[in-house]
Design a protein around this ligand. Structure first.
Ligand code: SAM
Length: 318
């Protein structure tokens, strides 16, 4: 899903008076920091220009990943979500996505960096229906306690920035303040998946009910050199294309995610792990099922399953 139109304009307005060379220099600094300094608990985006460039450069993709993950979760989770807490909210991508998927009455954005809080709340002014229900607070997951619990607690692209030693204590804080649903989204990289695996193990040990994407509670069956991730396609704005020197008008964002409920809940019986391979009259799909990861061939005689598999993409449930 692409950024809502008012948010997209607000993001572009932020940098309209800046030169392309200034923006490219800032985006290079951010990219280098994310590449070299992530996962050590360091501060990565701290000043106004860096935060603005983050929202141009990364927010469309993180918003796309959050929207995708939440729509997969909402396929199986049908209870109402009246309140959301977005931890490490940054420029607000997960809050915007949660608002679209669940239409909560209240959103709380918790974020350590002032530059990000200022930017995120300014972007929300582009849609009074979102800003009027949202509060932004200074918050460090390592030092602070979450004051109020919410139906949905969400954190996107934050855990991989923490020191690995702090992941279990931080997820414990989020789970403690979750009334209904906890969703964590991370980059679809081996490192992002390893964070998701740590969180999965912790929540299974602490009375969590796994909603998505897994079809079972057993240890993940992927081999140690593989990682579970999905892809969402996001349209690039003209500005984004220029900033990234991109040829194509879209980017494919890879992400990993995990969702847990406080109460028992349905989940997928089969989930597509790789893009289906379609030939005449048949579809080959790699599936994660309750009992195995397996390659299955659906043929026309399989009826609905064949039709669904033909249309499915990696990450879809069957
Ligand atoms: C990569 S950004 C992701 C922002 C947003 N959630 C998104 O998906 O676009 C990570 C955010 O987590 C915040 N963060 C990192 N460590 C944090 C901590 N210890 N406590 C609170 N926020 C933190 C950063 O300041 C940054 O805004």
């Amino acid at each position: 899903m692409d950024l809502p139109i008012e948010l997209k304009s607000a993001v572009e307005n932020l940098v309209e008076n800046k030169s392309m060379s200034e923006l490219k220099a800032a985006s290079k600094i951010i990219t280098d920091k994310y590449r070299n300094e992530s996962g050590k608990g360091k501060k990565l985006v701290t000043d106004k220009l860096d935060a603005e460039v983050y929202s141009v450069y990364r927010m469309p993709a993180t918003f796309g990943a959050c929207s995708d993950a939440l729509s997969y979760v909402s396929e199986f989770y049908s209870e109402s979500i009246d309140s959301v807490t977005d931890v490490g909210a940054g420029s607000g991508a997960a809050s915007w996505a949660s608002d679209i998927v669940f239409e909560p009455a209240k959103i709380t954005c918790l974020e350590r960096e002032k530059a990000m809080r200022d930017l995120g709340s300014k972007l929300m002014e582009s849609d009074p229906s979102v800003s009027s229900k949202t509060t932004w607070s200074s918050f460090d997951i390592i030092k602070d306690e979450i004051e109020e619990s919410s139906d949905l607690v969400i954190a996107s692209y934050m855990f991989n920035e923490l020191d690995p030693d702090n992941i279990r204590s931080s997820i414990a804080k989020l789970w403690d303040k979750t009334d209904k649903l906890l969703v964590i989204i991370e980059p679809g990289t081996p490192k992002g998946f390893s964070v998701i695996s740590t969180i999965r193990s912790y929540l299974l040990e602490n009375n969590g009910y796994l909603v998505a994407p897994c079809t079972h509670n057993n240890p993940c069956r992927l081999s140690s050199d593989d990682w579970c991730h999905f892809t969402c396609r996001v349209q690039r704005s003209k500005l984004h294309k220029l900033l990234k020197d991109a040829d194509v008008p879209y980017e494919d964002e890879k992400y990993s995610y995990i969702a847990f409920s406080k109460t028992p809940c349905d989940r997928a019986k089969m989930r597509v792990l790789r893009h289906p391979y379609i030939t005449k009259g048949q579809v080959d799909v790699t599936l994660c099922t309750e009992t195995e990861n397996t390659k299955v061939t659906f043929r026309k005689r399989d009826g609905d399953l064949y039709k669904k598999a033909k249309k499915a993409k990696q990450g879809d449930s069957l």
